[in-house]
Design a protein around this ligand. Structure first.
Ligand code: ASP
Ligand code: MG
Length: 413
């Protein structure tokens, strides 16, 4: 008898009809003799609707304590409805808010971190043959304030519960049937992966694949919780995310996937003095503005001067340019330029550790497609390039082809 934590996202509980279908699936797992703890998101669109109402009342500074009280209601609706639907199938169930369980978090409203989970009540339910249905995305701080974990946070709730309960698997049911070699909307021959490692999934998620919240993957990796992404609409094995043994690594495809992020911007400052402290002088104030900088490249200096290029999210582009221009004299008169129509394209795979030449294959494939590489960066298990946004689709398809990621059973012609 296994224990599964099963998490259903907003689209999976987006209507009463869909909630009934989730209840059918949960009841089937129980009928098969396994135990289940359910975690749900708010009905799709609900969290956005609540945020919009809050913004109408407080356009400038939203009161994050009250916002968390408001947003947590979305999940409270779905836990109650799903519990009712389960009971209607004679499957005993009980709803729990984060505070009722006692999902203890820090006090950082709207981006709280889970500190501890009390599993007593959930275990008592399981022992009594009752399915606990827990509200994702929410917790409570030491002072009893309701907190939320950040958008998409119910994935993290599910993984944290699975870790705390020592569950056999954390199953994330969503509107896609697994993790793909790349986004099927860009490359129709993208293939569902049976397995992927935590490290690869983390890279894919931080490089733009939106299947899972990054924090949830980190959490699962840290606590070694086997994580499975699968469709709530179609049967199928989904994608299992786990640690890999070294033997697996040797046998695996060298590249597991092609990730990309469209909404990038590139910022360059040329002719800054090549002296200790210049990187900090440029990037320190940007991080103080709470702007996340991604790739950072400093050129080799010449004649006492050097150049810096880095990328930021497109939404932050105007602020960064404005800030750097205002600091120009402090930065030794360097001139600032940039481009907010760029995209990042990456190949990811743990197999890179044991195979040479992945970067050069990537560069060749992109050059054959006539795509200019603006920036290049590498890590142990990925190679990323920044290119003009308009070539992104072409780049994704070229790399998907080069690394033979397409479904073997689908004839490309
Ligand atoms: N309902 C929350 C959101 O929309 C949490 C989640 O769906 O994971 O962000
Ligand atoms: Mg969600």
């Amino acid at each position: 008898m296994a224990l599964y934590v099963m998490k259903y996202g907003g689209t999976s509980v987006g209507s009463v009809e869909r909630i009934r279908r989730v209840a059918d699936q949960v009841a089937a797992v129980r009928a098969g003799g396994d135990d289940a703890v359910i975690v749900v998101s708010a009905m799709s669109g609900e969290t956005n609707r609540l945020v919009a109402m809050a913004r109408e009342i407080m356009p400038a500074t939203v009161d994050t304590r009250e916002l968390d009280v408001l947003l947590s209601t979305g999940e409270q609706v779905t836990i109650a409805l799903l519990s009712m639907a389960l009971k209607a199938l004679n499957c005993d169930a009980r709803s729990w808010t984060g505070a009722q369980v006692r999902v203890l978090t820090d006090a950082a409203h709207s981006k709280a971190r889970i500190v501890d989970i009390n599993t007593d009540r959930l275990r008592a339910d399981i022992e009594a043959g009752c399915v606990p249905v827990v509200a994702g995305f929410q917790g409570v701080d030491e002072q009893g304030n309701i907190t939320t974990l950040g958008r998409g946070g119910s994935d993290t709730s599910a993984v944290a519960l699975a870790a705390a309960l020592g569950a056999d698997e954390c199953r994330i049911y969503t509107d896609v049937d697994g993790v793909y070699t790349t986004d099927p909307r860009v490359e129709s021959r993208a293939r569902r992966l049976d397995r992927i490692t935590f490290e690869e999934m983390l890279e894919m998620a931080s490089l733009g694949s939106k299947v899972l919240q990054i924090r949830a993957v980190e959490f699962a990796g840290n606590y070694n919780v086997p994580l499975r992404v699968l469709s709530s609409f179609e049967p199928g094995p989904g994608t299992l995310i786990t640690y890999d043994t070294e033997e697996d690594e040797m046998e695996q495809a060298v590249v597991s996937g092609i990730a990309f992020a469209r909404d990038e911007a590139q910022v360059t400052i040329t002719g800054v003095p090549d002296r200790p402290g210049i990187a900090y002088a440029i990037l320190g104030p940007i991080s103080d503005l709470n702007i996340v900088v991604d790739m950072i490249i400093q050129n080799v200096g010449a004649d006492g001067l050097t150049d810096f290029t880095f990328t930021v999210n497109r939404d932050d582009y105007a602020r960064v340019i404005e800030h750097l221009r205002s600091q120009s004299s402090e930065l030794g008169g360097g001139s600032v330029s940039g481009d907010d129509r760029v995209a990042k394209l990456s190949v990811v795979g743990v197999g890179m550790r044991s195979h040479a030449g992945i970067a050069s294959r990537m560069f060749r494939a992109l050059s054959e497609a006539g795509i200019n590489l603006r920036l290049i960066s590498t890590s142990e298990i990925k190679v990323s390039v920044v290119i003009d946004e308009k070539y992104l689709e072409l780049g994704v398809r070229s790399l998907h082809e080069e690394f033979e990621l397409a479904n073997a059973s689908v004839d490309p012609d």
